[in-house]
Design a protein around this ligand. Structure first.
Ligand SMILES: O=P(O)(O)OC[C@H]1O[C@](O)(CO)[C@@H](O)[C@@H]1O
Ligand SMILES: O=C[C@H](O)[C@H](O)COP(=O)(O)O
Length: 960
């Protein structure tokens, strides 16, 4: 067709006669559905491009997509990026279908629509390639072009995609040097495609060369110099500089077009052309005028030439249609362009620096647009979910709030949420953290294996059991305990009991509570080598064997353990009914939503599918695609981490009575994960609530409120704390089935807080230390049959005090009178501001004991205004024990042991439960003392209740 042919109806349509295709740089659902796009394709345009900013404006800036979003969400909850992709893909497919006849008619030269790979992947070749291939398949239209940026990481991707026959729109091209690399990638890709037997005519590509952004950047630098030249009245410089304004982008484009023409002459290209290959056309992008002083059609009018494309935003399209003046401008005055470029260096502007910056900024701008887009989708998703998603709000003092906001911004800018989901160890200490992040995918994994759990629930029902007794410690017992206390016993299902103590009285109490013939035992241990579950198993297996016979005993036991563990062997040998596997990349305290929590949940008759589905909603809210600022787990983690760094490291947990036990689970998660290397978060659970003046500047509060059954007294106390300016995080749990959301939210938050604190959030080095000390004592006992006799520091009223030499010296130095009260007073005097006091009670965990110990806590908190903690031994060893030994040295500890009224032997061992407990207490004490902790042990007689009462009175007397 001749270039001089009579123009058609309008300037836009006329561009085709100069060999240029017009594509529309815009997409929006209403223009597709309303027929506007169809009309444009029929009359004026030959293709469509999109980018993250365009989709951001379309989806975030309109209500066009709301109904579709609601329908998708209603159907099945999904994370923000999956939702966005479905909307975007539907638009791209619809546009592709509208363009398809044109694509066919032009013999695949035009009629394309472009979809960009995630801008987050701009520097990641491997992932960009995977994503581009995935999008290509998902859109499944031959007239699709995948947009890949011309970053150093993007260029090899371009070549690979072309070699696979995938059409590519190369975006973010600013420099001629980059263009030449892109052209080379296209040629090599095509050659490879041909060598594999592909027909090159079926692959298309455009190189999107950005225009207006160059003028914006160059003009800015020119303007600065111009100001100086004017001030200095340097007329020559003023003229030179003025001549550059609004000229460089076009000059650069004209030069790159010359490069293109030269390439077309090359033998290499000619050989491909002969086989039917299509040229990689230059596409002028960023052609909307940004400077209002320039003609609104500037970047269309000046770049008209054969075998090119101009992708034009709607306003520029309208302007050009109205008053554009087409002419074959692209090859006009080419020699002038060289002058423009050399003038640029003459005035000291380094053009390569500008193009480099523009590429970096371009990636960043698209990432920011994508952030905003995903944030908008997430808000719409949350609105749709309503109460199905537990809400989180917070009030923080100004300085903490400012630090939290700044850290969130940092996480956003550095893409740290994506880094976390990519399991990048450098987010923590760069050690083996990447191997401990399996919990990120547990819900999905569990949901895929629901059958086993449903079957187990049915079996438990059919067996007509009275009890299921779970034997385990820490991460293997705390979630089941939360489930039991939250859900209670369901109709037709047995009661769940949990044993996580070696206290002989506790072991006996539970033995008496169950009917051995009608109880199913779950031995739960990830490692399969933890002392307590192993001896529990030996003890109960022996009892059941005696009661029901060796043959039947195994059928009453289930193991939950990691594959290949010693427990698996035991289960196999003893012909356990089942064994369920854990996932080795999930540490115990992060295992709630895996089999460790879900097997007992199924035995309780809980609808596990519903529970996990609900948890999955929180997983989606915390997804990699949800910007840090909107990501509830990340927000919570950053608050906790920054608060701890500011000295607010006592996380005081308040939970509604119906879900109160979640605090015990949280204690382990937070303390074992963060309490190490002298820093960390000290969880304070079940502390009797007091007035705001009881709490210092070392506190932060988390109120986990069950909306279905809140406690008005807690509401009031929390409101008072907020009014007093304490930092308070409030989480509204709609109903018990939404507790799984909290498991995930807090796991995420803990991992994030660990990153903020710069520690390894998945190991527990100091727990190991007391395990070793305990093992030495139990091993010695196996040999000698006795534990070393210890000499008390002091005794009075049936209570004995023990401590190590250093603590004894410190205490006798402070104690005025050598009495029980005097020593306790001396010990409590060691509490400084912002310290915490912890009771470590190696006694039976029952209501009466709890009441006494809570009374002691309350008295100390009221009078000393310090945080107080309570742990029952040995269970706390697998929980807060890590932070007490490895965290900040701000704890004052009172260990409580007792004389066991009746000990319980363990089959196959010389040591008994009583000996194990004593060894555990001593081992713990030794490590605390070794770590220079302020620690004192009080040993009660056989009547623990009486002993506790005496102790309480003595402590009350010791308080000021
Ligand atoms: O499930 P396991 O391997 O028996 O471990 C129980 C608990 O012991 C610890 O490994 C250490 O206390 C915890 O992290 C864990 O939850
Ligand atoms: O492919 C199109 C580009 O993404 C678009 O033209 C960029 O234009 P802008 O510079 O106006 O954002």
């Amino acid at each position: 067709m001749s270039l001089l042919q009579t123009p058609q109806k309008n300037a836009l349509q006329n561009l085709q006669h100069y060999g240029q295709s017009v594509w529309l740089d815009y997409i929006r659902r209403c223009s597709i559905e309303g027929g506007e796009l169809q009309q444009l394709v029929d009359e004026e345009i030959q293709g469509v491009t999109s980018n993250p900013a365009i989709f951001q404006k379309a989806i975030a800036g309109s209500t066009d997509y709301d109904a579709a979003l609601s329908a998708l969400e209603r159907d099945h909850d999904q994370d923000a990026i999956t939702l966005y992709e479905q909307l975007a893909i539907a638009d791209i497919q619809a546009a592709a279908d509208i363009l398809r006849p044109l694509y066919n008619r032009t013999n695949q030269q035009d009629g394309y629509v472009s979809l960009e790979v995630s801008p987050y992947l701009a520097n990641d070749s491997e992932q960009s390639l995977i994503e581009a291939q995935r999008l290509w398949q998902a859109v499944n239209r031959p007239n699709l072009m995948i947009k890949v940026p011309a970053t150093p990481a993007g260029i090899p991707v371009i070549q690979q995609l072309i070699s696979q026959g995938i059409n590519v729109n190369v975006t973010l091209l600013f420099s001629r040097a980059a263009y030449l690399e892109v052209a080379e990638a296209y040629l090599s890709g095509l050659e490879e495609y041909v060598s594999q037997g592909g027909s090159p005519g079926h692959v298309a590509s455009v190189a999107s060369f950005f225009i207006s952004r160059i003028d914006s950047a160059v003009d800015g630098q020119v303007a600065e110099r111009l100001k100086i030249a004017v001030q200095e009245s340097d007329a020559e410089a003023v003229a030179l500089l003025q001549g550059l304004l609004g000229k460089v982008a076009i000059a650069n484009a004209k030069l790159v077009y010359q490069d293109y023409l030269r390439l077309c002459e090359s033998e290499r290209w000619q050989a491909l052309k002969a086989q039917g290959a299509q040229p990689q056309r230059l596409l002028w992008a960023s052609t909307g005028t940004k400077n209002p002083q320039y003609r609104d059609t500037l970047y269309v009018e000046e770049l008209i030439g054969p075998e090119t494309v101009n992708t034009i935003p709607p306003s520029t399209l309208a302007a050009f249609r109205d008053h554009g003046e087409p002419r074959p401008s692209l090859t006009e005055a080419v020699e002038q362009t060289e002058i423009v470029m050399s003038s640029l260096s003459q005035v000291g502007i380094v053009f390569e620096d500008i193009t480099d910056q523009l590429l970096g900024q371009g990636v960043q701008l698209f990432q920011q647009a994508f952030d905003q887009l995903l944030s908008a989708v997430e808000h719409k998703r949350e609105a749709q979910l309503g109460k199905a998603l537990n809400r989180q709000t917070y009030t923080l003092p100004a300085t903490l709030s400012a630090q939290v906001q700044a850290t969130l911004q940092g996480w956003q800018d550095k893409g740290k949420v994506r880094q976390l989901w990519a399991m990048d160890s450098t987010l923590w200490t760069g050690a083996d953290e990447s191997q401990w992040l399996g919990w990120l995918g547990t819900t999905e994994d569990q949901l895929a294996h629901l059958n086993d759990l449903t079957q187990l629930a049915q079996e438990v029902k059919d067996l007509a059991l009275t009890h299921v007794l779970l034997l385990g410690m820490g991460g293997s017992s705390l979630c089941p305990e939360v489930m039991k206390l939250t859900f209670g016993q369901a109709e037709g299902y047995p009661e769940l009991l949990v044993l996580d103590s070696t206290d002989p009285a506790q072991v006996q109490a539970i033995t008496q509570q169950i009917d051995l013939k009608r109880t199913l035992f779950i031995v739960s241990s990830k490692s399969g080598s933890t002392l307590e579950p192993n001896i529990f198993q030996q003890y109960f297996f022996d009892l059941v064997q005696k009661e029901m016979g060796a043959e039947v005993a195994g059928s009453r036991f289930i193991a939950v353990t990691d594959p290949g563990s010693k427990l698996q062997e035991v289960a196999h040998k003893n012909r356990f009914r089942h064994y369920f596997f854990g996932i080795p990349s999930i540490g115990g305290r992060y295992s709630a939503l895996s089999n460790f929590g879900m097997v007992p949940a199924a035995c309780l008759g809980i609808d596990v599918a519903h529970f996990l589905d609900s948890a999955e909603e929180m997983v989606h809210s915390c997804a990699a695609s949800v910007p840090a600022i909107d990501n509830p787990g990340v927000v919570l983690g950053i608050i906790l981490g920054k608060a701890a760094q500011q000295g607010r490291d006592k996380l005081t947990l308040i939970a509604s009575p119906g879900i109160a036990d979640i605090g015990a689970w949280l204690e382990q998660l937070l303390a074992e994960s963060t309490g190490k290397e002298g820093c960390g978060i000290i969880p304070v659970d079940q502390e009797p609530l007091g007035p705001p003046l009881n709490y210092g500047a070392d506190r932060i509060f988390a109120y986990i409120r069950l909306e279905a059954a809140p406690d008005p007294a807690q509401d009031k106390a929390v409101a008072a704390l907020e009014a007093a300016g304490q930092p308070v995080i409030q989480i509204q749990v709609t109903d018990a089935y939404q507790l799984g959301q909290e498991f995930f939210r807090w796991e995420m938050a803990t991992a994030v807080a660990g990153s903020v604190l710069g520690i390894h959030a998945f190991n527990q080095p100091d727990v190991e230390a007391s395990k070793i000390a305990t093992r030495q004592l139990t091993d010695a006992y196996e040999e000698t049959g006795e534990l070393l006799v210890e000499t008390p520091l002091f005794q009075e009223g049936g209570l004995q005090l023990f401590t190590d030499v250093e603590n004894a010296a410190a205490l006798t130095g402070i104690a005025g009178t050598l009495s029980l009260c005097g020593f306790l007073k001396a010990h409590l005097k060691r509490l400084r501001a912002n310290d915490y006091f912890a009771l470590l009670a190696y006694i039976q965990m029952n209501k009466a004991h709890q009441q006494q110990l809570q009374g002691i806590r309350k008295a100390i908190c009221d009078r000393k205004q310090v945080a107080t903690c309570l742990g029952f031994g040995p269970r706390f060893l697998h929980s807060t024990g890590q932070a007490y030994k490895g965290g900040p040295n701000s704890g004052v500890f009172l260990q409580i042991t007792c004389e066991d009224e009746r000990d319980v032997p363990i089959p196959g061992h010389r040591y008994s439960f009583g000996v194990v407990k004593a060894a555990q207490a001593r081992g713990d004490f030794q490590v605390l003392a070794k770590r220079k902790r302020r620690v004192l042990r009080v040993h009660l007689g056989t009547d623990v209740e009486v002993g506790l009462r005496t102790l309480r009175v003595a402590i009350q007397g010791a308080l000021p």
